[in-house]
Ligand binder design. Structure first.
Ligand code: SF4
Ligand code: SF4
Ligand code: FES
Length: 243
């Protein structure tokens, strides 16, 4: 098989540029294999983060031909190899070196989320309730959804908006049948759910195929709207003290 050209970003916080490498390919290869070839034979100081090579650890996130993707899940037979394949780091997070970004902002956001708060009188749980929450627990924290979201990427609203990954986490807590916490105010004022205009770009890049917008963000938006803008529900809450 012919060599394929990879244009890989090389640089750090101060700047850098894409460098071309010719990589011999074989059937079944993924982009991460090519990056490992470059590290092994052409440029041993190329920095890349990876771990499982099975699309389960969320470490090898990058932008392949301009699209946020896991390098270990990006098969070369799904890409046009007659042209150079570009591999860039995620743009939304500060660059450390080459393909490695500093994603620690996400871990700080995670700490702010009001945790699971068990209710005393547990209801009967149906399979549908389990399935609903299970979808959100598939998240591998690759942060590709955070990378693609224009609110963080273009508008840099990291101080006001937690991003789709954390609406997935919030949905998993809010829809847990045994959870009693009220996170509406957090979702409106701290998480900034109002900034999301449901473009669905996050859903398109999720390697776990979580329906981020339809199953997490839209129901959470509805909860916030009910809590703050529905006068009938407001009246009943005042009367009965419900969530
Ligand atoms: S749907 Fe919302 S959270 Fe997802 S990418 Fe669009 S603006 Fe961001
Ligand atoms: S929701 Fe999907 S895209 Fe976002 S961090 Fe989790 S697995 Fe990655
Ligand atoms: S190496 Fe683990 S997700 Fe790619």
């Amino acid at each position: 098989m012919p060599d394929v050209t990879f244009k890989v970003y090389r640089g750090d916080a101060k700047g850098g540029k894409a460098v071309e490498y010719a990589v011999p390919i074989s059937p079944g290869m993924v982009v991460l294999d090519a990056i490992h070839y470059i590290q092994g034979y052409l440029s041993p100081d190329l920095a890349v983060r990876w771990n499982c090579k099975a699309a389960k650890c969320g470490s090898c996130s990058a932008e392949v031909n301009g699209k946020p993707a896991l390098m270990c899940k990006s098969r070369l037979d799904s890409l046009p190899i007659d042209k150079p394949i570009t591999v860039y780091p995620m743009k939304t997070f500060p660059l450390i070196k080459d393909l490695v970004c500093d994603v620690s902002w996400n871990f700080e956001v995670n700490k702010k989320i009001p945790p699971y708060q068990p209710i005393e009188k547990k209801p009967k749980i149906f399979q549908d309730d389990v399935d609903r929450v299970q979808e959100f627990r598939k998240c591998i924290e690759c942060f590709l959804c955070q990378d693609v979201c224009h609110v963080l990427r273009e508008h840099e609203k990291k101080a006001e908006f937690v991003g789709p990954r954390f609406f997935v986490r919030l949905a998993g807590l809010e829809m847990h049948p045994n959870d009693g916490a009220d996170r509406s105010e957090f979702m409106k004022n701290t998480a900034g759910i109002g900034w999301c205009n449901i473009t669905k770009c996050c859903t398109e890049v999720c390697p776990e195929e979580i329906h981020i917008t339809d199953n997490a963000i839209i129901p959470l938006k509805e909860r916030v709207a009910d809590r703050f803008f529905d006068p009938v529900r407001w009246f009943f809450r005042k009367l009965f003290g419900t969530k």
